[in-house]
Design a protein around this ligand. Structure first.
Ligand SMILES: Cc1cc2nc3c(=O)[nH]c(=O)nc-3n(C[C@H](O)[C@H](O)[C@H](O)COP(=O)(O)OP(=O)(O)OC[C@H]3O[C@@H](n4cnc5c(N)ncnc54)[C@H](O)[C@@H]3O)c2cc1C
Length: 347
């Protein structure tokens, strides 16, 4: 499965882009600056109010400001700056600068369907991960050789499938791990027995959720309404994930070594069971859409990432994605690259 990695180390945008940019003389880098709100002169963004270790610090912008706080924080930053739905801005008690009911709305996230099988053969990674001694050996191998399970991604293998053969593109995502989790307690741990685990989700669900600020205080909790699988077609497809996992597990040679389907277990059969099991699983951590890009009034930013209704303000993060792409890390990096190209071309 493709992962973001370099020389055996999981890589990230701070190392690959920011570290390079910080070497330039005209770049000032300030960490631990918590964005409170964007400052405006009329409707032109002129600065950012931040809190640095509890102290108010203002950053002034001669040209423009680019927000990249992510799907959860960017809409709240906009709202604390007076950009959003009238009733939200009124509730948090800041002056309304640009009314836009799309801010914080249209969030799309996937609901996972978890699965796990115990196998009869001592193979896979449980042996390497389940005891403290094995973990130390695995850790030492990684430190010396930059190799082994720690150098890989969260899942080793992925597949796409169609919930309905007549669909033009695959709508299901299935990912597998060559080890089993310890499901005896509430915490997250690796099981002692050999086995493999999996998770699946709909690549492009359309049920929408929302994220809004509840106060002008940047540390106040968000109001998050998390919805999943509201449409019947999504529920049918989510059920097909269960059938797809069981279809894979029922085939030789895998089937010959499976002792038991531990998760979700034989009691889960119907569509209702599959949805209930999905609620007990997790979400995929791919939320997007709360400052969605578009050409009309149903969007927050235009095709050049400019925030509608004000000047000198752009958003460049996963919040601008107008629909769920499936995975969001690479698209978020792509948006950053796109923003850089647009801004450089306009300079
Ligand atoms: C545990 C986990 C695992 C994931 N695994 C995958 C994966 O395997 N594949 C995949 O495609 N996607 C994955 N994702 C999703 C992916 O990481 C995100 O979609 C992507 O990082 C979004 O990029 P972004 O720039 O929009 O936001 P972020 O990466 O969240 O960046 C936003 C930044 O803004 C900062 N910030 C927020 N608020 C403020 C504020 N008020 N002031 C100052 N700074 C602020 C944050 O600290 C953060 O550094 C995963 C997410 C999580 C949480």
């Amino acid at each position: 499965m493709p992962i973001i990695t370099k020389n055996g180390r999981r890589w990230n945008t701070a190392r690959s882009f920011l570290a390079q940019a910080r070497k330039r003389k005209h770049v000032t880098y300030q960490s631990h600056a918590h964005g409170v709100r964007v400052l405006f002169d009329g409707n032109r963004a002129t600065g950012l109010e931040t809190l640095v270790k509890g102290k108010r610090r203002l950053f002034r912008a001669r040209k423009e400001i680019i927000l990249a706080g992510g799907t959860m924080e960017t809409p709240m930053l906009l709202e604390r700056s007076g950009i959003g739905a009238g009733e939200v801005i009124k509730r948090i008690g800041v002056p309304l600068l640009a009314e836009n009911p799309n801010v914080g709305e249209h969030a799309v996230e996937q609901r996972m369907f978890a699965a796990q099988w115990k196998i009869s053969k001592q193979m896979g990674l449980n042996e390497q991960l389940s005891t403290q001694m094995a973990q130390m050996r695995t850790g030492a191998k990684y430190l010396i050789e930059r190799d082994g399970i720690i150098s890989t991604g969260a899942y080793e293998l992925a597949a796409v499938a169609k919930s309905d053969p007549s669909l033009p593109v695959a709508d299901l995502w299935l990912q597998f791990n060559p080890f089993m989790n310890d499901i005896s307690g509430a915490g997250f741990g690796v099981g002692a027995d050999p086995g493999f685990s999996a998770a699946g989700y709909l690549r492009q669900p359309t049920t929408e959720s929302s994220v809004h600020a509840t106060s002008a205080d940047p540390f106040a909790p968000a109001e998050i309404v998390a919805n999943y699988l509201e449409h019947e077609s999504e529920q049918v497809a989510q059920h097909r994930l269960l059938e797809a996992f069981r279809g894979i597990a029922s085939q030789s040679p895998l089937a010959d070594m499976i002792d038991e389907e531990q998760v979700p277990g034989p009691a889960v059969q119907t569509r209702e069971d599959a949805i209930a099991h999905s609620w007990a699983s997790s979400h995929a951590l791919h939320a997007c859409g709360t400052a969605r890009m578009g050409s009309g009034d149903d969007s927050v930013v235009d095709g050049s990432l400019r925030v509608r209704g004000v000047e000198g303000l752009r958003v460049a993060d996963a919040s601008v994605l107008p629909s769920q792409p499936g995975n969001t890390m690479a698209p978020a990096i792509g948006i950053g690259a796109m923003a850089a190209r647009i801004i450089a071309a306009e300079a």
